[in-house]
Design a binder for this molecule. Sequence first.
Ligand code: S3P
Length: 433
Amino acid sequence: MRGITVKKLAAGKSLQGEVKVPGDKSICHRALILGAMAHGATRIQGMTQADDVGSTWTCLREVGINIVSRCEVTTVSGRGWRGLVQPRKTLDAGNSATAMRLMMGLLASNPIAGTIGGDESLSKRPMARVAEPLRRMGAIIDMAPGDHAPVEVRGAALSGIDHVSPVSSGQVKSAILIAGVQSIGNTSVTEPSLSRDHTELMLPLFGIPVERQGLKVTVKGGLRMSPARLVVPGDISSAAFWIVAASLAPGSRVRLPSVGVNPTRTGFLAVLKRMAAAVTVQPADLGPEAGDEPAANIEARYAGLAATDIEPPEVPGLIDELPILALAASLAAGTSRFRGLGELRHKESNRLEGLAGLLRALGAKAEASGDDLVIEGVQRLTGAKVSSASDHRLAMTAMIAGLVAEGETVVDDASCVRASYPEFTRDLAKLCG
Ligand code: S3P
């Protein structure tokens, strides 16, 4: 599969049923890396098959970490945070910035030299935001011109820093905290508004104390990590596509069990509530191995949507859901203004321009102006040939649009959905009967 054609749901057809979305991608990356840093076997239940997490897995194997998956349990044989071995080739982070940036934090204190590379899209993404603080901690880092990948990291003895980050980024924060665990002294990261906090919630499960004071998080360095047993909830960023699909297709009703609802990830649900979507969220208990990551059973039904605005402080909490929210806004009554979306330019594609272009190709009224996206709701969309720019979240947004747009929607590259949701087209077919 590369391109795909999606037809509008036939009259009287809707999305019905239940889908178990893949395990949360952000949590899975962290579980593998923290597992590698611990002494002994970490057991993870609910591992995603997404290519992005596969990239972290590949990189870890290259530095000597054994990982096996059997009977739905993934076991990482950790070697302690200075136990990595010298890689024989470039570590391949594929399309995943999380893999690359978190691996930079991991390699920073190991007495080895590792080069991390990625595909064409990843090689255009900014890496100085991670390299600069890691250098201040003592790591030696070389990058390609423009501060891009490939990135060579030569580990050294690290000292903790107090980093004030100009961007709210879960990846930057996590890379520094991962290096902080391997440092002498404490390491703090302060960010402009709170980004996803999975790393800080997971570290105590490996025996590392974490302290939070408002927007500042601090880890203690130099401690030995013990292995953990973890359960990963479903990925709300994947569930978001079905929640919006059910909201837009008349008569639909979709159930999504055991989805992660960490408050740093649920901004999207708050926005949909303002848009008058019919979404219910019932707490689900995944047991003690889920740690402090809350989960819920989510149900979404069709409802006429109203326009809403998104303000900059909300953006980190819904950064990956902006494409699908923009589709919802395209069919909502009134004009929506999404403000402060500059970070979208640095994703798997220039997601701000790509998203506006994709929606316009389908007959929506969407304009990117500066860092904002202004969307005037229309009555209907019309199928067209659209480009996903090989960006998984744009491809899935286009396919959901295809279910409600008149006629046929042809998405040029849909294989890219493997980055976060390899089962997407299977689940789409299941819900559409
Ligand atoms: C992620 C953080 C976000 C998000 C990405 C996953 C993470 O990126 O967009 O999909 O797992 O920490 P930034 O840290 O660049 O905002």
